[in-house]
Structures are given as structure tokens and as C-alpha cells.
Design a protein around this ligand. Structure first.
Ligand code: ADE
Length: 241
């Protein structure tokens, strides 16, 4: 499976440089995630390559123009076929791991990075979008949110991570935060690795991790437990036997 992503932005170099490190780079090199950074300015018609203008009705800031965005979207889709279109905006639905898992099943995505104080409303209403926010705060543009999505997707694509089971164990996967991890040295500045992790007893380790995940989630993110009561799993069954 490979996924095609077209990122419409006025900073294509920012997206390109992001894709040259870590897991996104591996996803790209393995051909699992094919990303095209599309320069919005190449869809302007004037010498200044204008992508924004002052708001009708007055007020501070600039508004992203509708025509270059429509042209960019239509150019991409005429060339490659229809895409699941994502508009990065603080007014979108809040991103979470479940949404990433849905998005990773799409063949083709368009990510539109807004900039300036906003985007002409006709972009939002005149084209169909999945509007996504990465959190309740306002950034200067949609590029960082687009990179958040690219990163979250890259590591979910099959054969990108060296250890696919790490996706199953990590935070949010079971509706819980991840259990703590330890590596060498066994003792560091008076802090010791919990004995159970050195015991070689796989069932006991699993049980400990499950307990830790529950405790951590209760302590830090009780809202997750309220939203999705943890499913009983093999570890819980082992306990009740
Ligand atoms: N653009 C600006 N702020 C944003 C946010 N929080 N999420 C997505 N896109 C944005």
C-alpha cells in the first residue's frame, strides 16, 4: 500500500525539509508515502504572485485568496484523480489517533495549509473539506499541522516502522497511555529498573505494563478512561484465570 499526499502551501521548502528526517523520510524512501509539496504561488497570475489580500469589511491581517486554492486543488485532481481533502484550521475537528488511523486508509490526500489571518470563506464552502485542527491554539499557518499529520501517518503505514508491534503498544492504542520504558543501565543515580522487567516472566511483564498504563492514564488523563473504558485483553484474562 502506498499513499499519495499533496500539500498545498506557500512554504514548500518547509515541507520538503521535514520529509528528509526520521520516519517521514523512511516512509518516503520506501515509496510508502509519496508527498508532493505544491507551491500555492505557482497558481497565481500576477507578477507579484499574490496569494492574499485585505479583508472586505476591514480589520487587521490578510486573507488567503480563493482562486489560487481552487486552481491548485483542481490541477492536482485533474492530473491524479480525486482526493480526500483536508483543510488545516483551528476551527476543525480535533485530531486524534483514531482519525489518523482512518486517514491512513485513504489513497490520496490533499492537505491545504492556511496562512495569514484566514482563508476566503468560499474556499471552505465551495469545495468539500475534512476540516482538522491539531489543538485548541492558533498557529501562524497550517504547515506545522500538516507536518503533524504527515508524521502521524508515516509511522502507521505498513512496513515503515521496524517494529510494527510498537504501534499496537503505544499510547492511545488501547485507549490508554503507554506504560513506562527502561533500558540500560539497570541502576542509574539510585534509580533502579523495576525487578519484574528483569524477571524474564513475559506474562508478569505484560501484567505490570497493563497496570502501569491504567495507573498512568487514571493519573494524567482520566478523560480517556471516561470516554473509552479499557477493553479487557489477554492480560486481564490471564489475571482472572
Ligand atoms: N492553523 C492555525 N492553527 C491551527 C491549528 N491549531 N490546527 C490546524 N490548523 C491550524
Amino acid at each position: 500500500m502506498s499513499m499519495q499526499v499533496h500539500v498545498i502551501t506557500i512554504f514548500p521548502a518547509l515541507i520538503e525539509s521535514f520529509l528528509s528526517f526520521g520516519i517521514p523520510r523512511i516512509a518516503r524512501e520506501k515509496g510508502k508515502m509519496v508527498v508532493e509539496a505544491v507551491d500555492l504561488r505557482s497558481f497565481t497570475g500576477d507578477v507579484h504572485r499574490t496569494v492574499d489580500d485585505r479583508p472586505f469589511g476591514g480589520g487587521p491581517g490578510m486573507v488567503m485568496l480563493a482562486p489560487p486554492v481552487f486552481d491548485a486543488v483542481e490541477s492536482i485532481e485533474n492530473q491524479h484523480g480525486s482526493a480526500h481533502r483536508i483543510l488545516l484550521t483551528p476551527t476543525g475537528r480535533p485530531l486524534n489517533q483514531q482519525i489518523l488511523k482512518e486517514l491512513v486508509t485513504e489513497d490520496r490526500l490533499i492537505l491545504l495549509c492556511g496562512r495569514y489571518e484566514g482563508i476566503d470563506e468560499r474556499v471552505r464552502t465551495g469545495l468539500e473539506w475534512d476540516e482538522i485542527s491539531i489543538g485548541d491554539y492558533v498557529l501562524s499557518g497550517g504547515e506545522v499541522p500538516a507536518m503533524v499529520i504527515l508524521d502521524g501517518l508515516a509511522r502507521l503505514l505498513p512496513e515503515v516502522l521496524g517494529h510494527p508491534e510498537s504501534v499496537q503498544q503505544e499510547s492511545f492504542e488501547q485507549g490508554l497511555l503507554d506504560a513506562p520504558h527502561y533500558t540500560r543501565p539497570r541502576s542509574f543515580r539510585g534509580m533502579d529498573v523495576p525487578d519484574v522487567l528483569l524477571s524474564g516472566n513475559h506474562a508478569a511483564v505484560e501484567r505490570w505494563r497493563r497496570e502501569q498504563a491504567l495507573r498512568l492514564t487514571q493519573e494524567k488523563r482520566a478523560d480517556l478512561l471516561a470516554d473509552h473504558p479499557p477493553k479487557s485483553d489477554s492480560t486481564t484474562r490471564t489475571e482472572s484465570r
